[in-house]
Design a protein around this ligand. Sequence first.
Ligand code: NIG
Ligand code: FE
Length: 380
Amino acid sequence: MSILIDNIGLLVTHEHGRSERQNAVLVIENNRVAWIGDAGKAPDADERIDAEGRCVIPGFVDSHSHLVFAGDRSAEFEHRMTGQPYAAGGIRTTVAATRAASNAVLTANTGRLVAEMRAQGTTTVEIKSGYGLTTADEARALAIAKTFTSETTYLGAHVVPVEFADNPADYVALVTGDMLDACAPHAKWIDVFCDNGAFDVDQARVILKAGMPRGLGARMHGAQLAPSGAVQLAVELGAASVDHCTYLTDADVDALAHSDTVATLLPGVEFSTRQPYPDARRLLDAGATVALACDCNPGSSYTTSMPFCIAVAVRDMNFSPAEALWSATAGGAAALGRTDIGGLAVGQRADLVILDAPSYVHLAYRPGVPLVHRVISAAH
Ligand code: NIG
Ligand code: FE
């Protein structure tokens, strides 16, 4: 099955860095980009789509989400908007609601959020566990996540649940023991929330080092609430990504710039918690690889919209529109260790978005406006 898309006003391929071309034609064969060139020279195809001058971009790669949960924390959000700070402890509210929910409710909720993402141009999503915090509840969250994506992450180390409040060491033993045994078969990654009110650097090191020999790639939540050693630990362990990076020291920026660890920024979190936006220029100008993701979860960032995150990143984090688009596509792919997605070079997956706009700049220029004309991607 082949599809030819012609009359593309602006095509973003990311072939070489942030490459783009005007007035292009793109041909898809068997869900891969097979040919890119100028009008008039394209090979025949089974189906033709006229882009009518629109901009075509790679599908968004949302490399950080917590979609398997039940309940709602709008009251907590309302309090934050009148001055209360965000704290890690709110996670326990969602843990209670998630444990009480049936598989059917959790699956339906996850599916609804994945559909929201897709409608806004996301063609790959990573999904974490982390609202079960028992062996059975973490394993079922990952089993549900796996039905929606191959990018599943074991986050038993989200917070210490109430029943272990007096014995955090016993909880770390569970996370690295029976819970890991039950979850590893369903996960590609292991993550730890390493911050005030969650796990410290020593605990995070033990947890990640238990998962890595089991074939799980390391990723981290770090520097969301305060500077800490989390970023240095991520670099030390060769983690694929360290996410949040709200409070970075100069040494953190330097370590990231000289590593393969991606710094993933999550604009929805600062937006929804009123924390200060990190300045992406520090990372970008130092040469670090930067990704953008939604971090969709009911506590700190209940958005599924990568266009919204791009708009905030450009407005408040000092990304250029081209940098923000790269970070939301190729950057996310790098954070997931993937080279088959995040760009539209020949041979890559034909996961793409036709925007109802002549340029991707409109993603930031027209905030809150639904600009996705059509999403093309095979399930994977
Ligand atoms: O990435 N920081 C830790 N975890 C989530 C928030 C979870 C919650 O508040 O429910 C995050 O922001
Ligand atoms: Fe998160």
